[in-house]
Write a protein that binds this ligand. Structure first.
Ligand code: GLU
Length: 443
């Protein structure tokens, strides 16, 4: 008998056949994997990558889609759709975040997983790339129900994740609470209960997380901006900033860089965009978001449109929200010196072309936001060695690693006369190519 799930569960059924991503819009990219594939092609051409390596990395190794029922606190059963894409593991275990968002779709996870492969290879940490998510809006669910969903998803993933196989972490819509629940659930389904803490990173510190992990992505973004300013011989003090997305990454970027005298002129999130010519206090703004869940209703500053936000006259623009935010339309209006990809894939191909033509710099995502996975690696190492490192030690190691990667990228740009994103890809691909060539593709 064929069961019509929609009939059985009319309010809550999450479509399985429709991937559910944005409707195509003329002139704008809507499929993230197409953007990732075009970026990869550009790098392959620029470096003459071994064709057999190019073939091996052109698609993810594994794509898992799971439908899992959850009994919510109300007693009602709802069906959820979860993904885990494992892109590549030639350099080490699959690694990457879990996203809770109503717009999650397969090709998005594929693109995000591929970017994790390039990110870890660029940073020279012994990991591959993965990404996953559950298609729902966590804002519509209580903390208790989010725990039920997280635990049920982890149980359904089973041994498709593992401390030496595939290591999830937080991403949009998830944080250390979700990682603690994932780790606990996983440890309850395997025999080695104590040795598996490192099956996820981004846990809370008491549960085995690393000091400095929560701030790490934002801190890495700031180190990149510092390097950019140093190389351009610009003084950061007095520079102005606009940040799209005021979650973990956006808020840490704004608070950490404010200590260098950078002024936050504009900020936006899912509720709208806000401008303050005097500059926002990023700490108060962050506290407001923590208390109320969004930027809306913050006293001080005025509401502006999305168009006005992207046209804000500022030095540094940090997209730290969803992907595909800057297409040609936004790029033509930008009024900044540098776009720093704190989000993954915030700019589409046309947007990137216009930005480059207009002489605006881009610090690409795989470099700019790699601080998160770098400190995830430190967390994994600490768990493996039963150590706990001090916050200052984590910060110092992260900063040195970000600076070194930035220098290598700039060197590659100069050597091959390519843009920074292509240079990042080439460095990552050279690393991957060397290992493929030595290990071989067997049998
Ligand atoms: N989700 C983050 C990213 O996109 C962190 C991944 C990780 O720490 O594994 O880089």
């Amino acid at each position: 008998m064929i069961v019509n799930a929609k009939k059985m569960n009319p309010d809550t059924f999450h479509p399985t056949s429709l991937e559910g991503h944005a409707e195509p819009i003329e002139g704008r990219a809507t499929n993230l994997f197409e953007v990732a594939a075009a970026q990869l092609d550009k790098a392959i051409d620029a470096m003459n990558l071994d064709p057999s390596v190019a073939t091996a990395i052109s698609q993810p190794k594994n794509e898992l889609i799971i439908h899992f029922p959850v009994r919510l606190s109300s007693g009602k059963v709802e069906l959820f759709k979860g993904y885990r894409v494992q892109h590549n593991n030639i350099l080490g275990p699959y690694k990457g975040g879990i996203r809770f968002h109503e717009g999650v779709y397969l090709d998005e996870c594929k693109a995000l997983a591929a970017w994790m492969t390039w990110k870890t290879a660029l940073q020279d940490i012994p990991y591959g790339g993965a990404k996953g998510g559950v298609k729902f809006n966590p804002r519509d669910y209580s903390k208790e129900d989010q725990e039920r969903i997280t635990r049920r998803f982890t149980h359904a993933l089973g041994t498709n994740i593992g401390p030496e196989w595939d290591i999830p972490a937080p991403d949009m819509g998830t944080n250390s609470d979700h990682m603690d629940w994932m780790m606990d659930t996983y440890s309850n389904i395997v025999a080695d209960k104590q040795g598996v803490k490192r099956v996820v990173t981004g846990k809370s510190v008491p549960v085995g997380g690393s000091r400095g992990r929560t701030e790490a992505t934002g801190r890495g973004v700031v180190t990149c901006i510092e390097k950019w300013a140093e190389l351009k011989k610009l003084d950061l003090a007095g520079m102005t900033l606009a940040v799209q997305g005021f979650g973990n990454v956006g808020s840490h970027t704004a608070t950490i860089i404010s200590r260098r005298g950078v002024i936050l002129l504009a900020a936006g999130d899912h509720t709208g965009y806000y401008f303050n010519p005097e500059g926002f206090n990023p700490y108060r703004l962050r506290d407001h978001v923590k208390e109320t869940g969004s930027l809306k209703g913050y006293p001080g500053g005025q509401e502006i449109s999305r168009e006005e936000f992207f046209a804000t006259q500022c030095d540094i623009l940090v997209p730290a929200a969803l992907e595909l935010q800057i297409s040609a339309e936004e790029a033509e209006k930008l009024n900044c010196k540098v776009v720093v990809d704190a989000a993954n894939g915030p700019t589409d191909l046309e947007g990137e072309r216009v930005i480059a033509e207009r002489g605006i710099d881009i610090i690409p995502d795989v470099l700019a936001n790699s601080g998160g996975v770098v400190v995830s690696y430190y967390e994994w190492l600490q768990n493996k060695r039963s150590e706990t490192w001090e916050k200052d030690e984590v910060r110092a190691k992260l900063e040195a690693k970000m600076r070194k990667a930035y220098d290598r990228v700039i060197e590659k740009c100069e050597e091959l006369k390519v843009d920074m994103r292509t240079a990042c890809y080439i460095l990552a691909l050279e690393n991957i190519q060397t290992v493929y060539q030595r290990r071989g593709i067997w049998p």
